[in-house]
Ligand binder design. Structure first.
Ligand SMILES: Nc1ncnc2c1ncn2[C@@H]1O[C@H](COP(=O)(O)OP(=O)(O)OP(=O)(O)O)[C@@H](O)[C@H]1O
Ligand SMILES: [Mg+2]
Length: 227
């Protein structure tokens, strides 16, 4: 990475899906630049393509046209192994439905990405990450023995334990009640702030969007900057 490279550069990205009814163009020339420590909210109506865009930013799917560069690397030009290690170490995702491993305890969920990378002292670092989200005393609980808000805090600890440059969050409070969701997102903002992590937050909430430095609306397949 060049020191002047933005953490995220989305360069005129298009995405179409082939459906029975023909080709469906969901993204029609999305441009976005985010630098270290930026917090970016993406609003937009249901079906406007927010989750589709996040999956391209995560390298989980490829654009039909255009490029996604993370820390200067074109995700499409990385081979499978490079992409996997990039995803494990440089970017993390928090989903609405947590996506924890049901058979693993809280601490095992958090230490897993470190262990996959062969990081020494994975468990000690996972314990520290759980402590930062206030769940040290729940570390041996399985997800089925945790509340929704606790599960999302475990997912946040798992996302941040690798110290990613880029954190993608898709409606992280979407399946929580308003109070719990608010507390979880406050925690998320605090943690990205102290680490200067770049955050891309997809949300339906105007008040959460207002907490970000920049705000965009996805409309007509493009991002329109609000501020
Ligand atoms: N794999 C796919 N194949 C075909 N169409 C798809 C596929 N994935 C998404 N779509 C369509 O793309 C459009 C955008 O979907 P997407 O999930 O990105 O919307 P969204 O903005 O995240 O909506 P929500 O706010 O409800 O989560 C929708 O019309 C959806 O049906
Ligand atoms: Mg979505």
């Amino acid at each position: 990475m060049n020191s002047t490279d933005p953490v995220l550069h989305v360069d005129h990205v298009y995405k179409s899906f082939e459906t029975h009814a023909g080709s469906l163009e969901v993204l029609s020339g999305v441009d976005l630049v985010a630098r270290r420590g930026d917090t970016v909210a993406i609003l937009g109506e249901s079906g406007s393509g927010k989750s589709t865009l996040l999956s391209l930013l995560a390298g989980l799917d490829a654009p039909t046209r255009g490029r996604v560069l993370v820390e200067g690397y074109d995700l499409e030009r990385l081979d499978e192994a490079e992409l996997a290690s990039f995803r494990a170490g440089r970017l993390s995702i928090v989903f609405q439905q947590f996506h924890l491993m049901g058979g693993l305890t809280a601490i095992e969920n958090v230490s897993l990405p470190l262990e996959l990378q062969g990081v020494p002292e994975a468990e000690a670092r996972a314990a520290e990450a759980l402590d930062q989200v206030g769940l040290r005393d729940r570390s041996t609980h399985l997800p089925s023995r945790l509340s929704g808000g606790e599960c999302q805090r475990v997912a946040i600890a798992r996302a941040l334990v690798v110290e990613p440059a880029l954190l993608l969050a898709d409606e992280p409070s979407g399946s929580l009640d308003a109070r719990t969701g608010g507390a979880v997102t406050e925690l998320l903002f605090d943690l990205v702030d102290t680490r200067a992590t770049t955050l891309i937050l997809v949300t339906h909430s105007e008040s959460l969007a207002a907490r970000c430095n920049h705000e965009y609306v996805l409309v007509g397949g493009r991002l329109a900057q609000q501020r």
